[in-house]
Design a protein around this ligand. Structure first.
Ligand code: SAM
Length: 191
């Protein structure tokens, strides 16, 4: 099932709204990072910069075939060989890579979903114990140029509570990702 309110404006505009390098820096992604699974790669806005900086593969997943194809093609055009773009419904079937095989999972701009705990659980399952789930979302405390309706926009405290029910623990309080996002780094507890 496609997550509610998960469409995007045109790519050129969308990609002006996010400080992609700053966001990836905030989570500590670098050459030592292994495989990463990304729910809802969209235009590949994060996929390509992430693939350029990590040692592992980015498993980029989307429910929309045109998003998967675009991300795959952008990776090929950029000469990146560590992007695996797959068409998949994560709500229905999880991320796809074997359980515990990834170092991290991305839930970027998606936890306004009807079933956020299902997505958090799927993300927890795909990362190894000691790995982490990186969450970003639009802030609710300032006016933002995009983002889902305020009634369904999750706040960081709510996400931390949902996450705790799945065995994911916030490393530190939520942090701001200017201009319009917040981030949460959730660790999968050791078994
Ligand atoms: C709001 S966009 C965010 C894209 C990207 N994460 C970003 O921040 O640039 C959400 C994406 O999730 C995808 N999506 C929605 N429901 C999904 C599902 N059940 N499984 C996989 N992808 C899904 C949408 O097609 C869309 O590309």
């Amino acid at each position: 099932m496609k997550v509610r309110d998960s469409g995007m404006p045109p790519q050129d505009y969308w990609e002006t709204l996010l400080d992609v390098p700053g966001i990836l820096d905030a989570f500590g992604f670098g050459p030592a990072t292994g495989d990463v699974a990304e729910l809802g790669c969209g235009y590949g806005t994060f996929t390509l910069p992430l693939a350029r900086r990590i040692g592992g593969t980015v498993h980029a997943i989307d429910i929309e075939a045109d998003m998967v194809e675009l991300t795959r093609q952008r990776a090929i055009d950029a000469g990146l060989t560590n992007v695996q773009a797959d068409l998949r419904d994560v709500v229905a079937g999880g991320f796809g890579p074997p359980a515990g095989s990834c170092e991290a999972a991305l839930l970027f701009n998606i936890l306004h979903a009807e079933q956020p705990v299902t997505l958090l659980r799927a993300a927890r399952d795909v990362v190894r114990p000691g790995g982490f789930v990186a969450v970003i979302h639009w802030r609710s405390d300032v006016a933002t140029p995009r983002g889902p309706a305020l009634e369904i926009r999750p706040r960081p405290e709510q996400i931390a509570l949902w996450a705790a029910t799945t065995g994911l623990q916030a490393e530190r309080p939520a942090f701001l990702l200017p201009p319009w996002h917040f981030g949460l780094k959730l660790h999968r507890l050791q078994a």
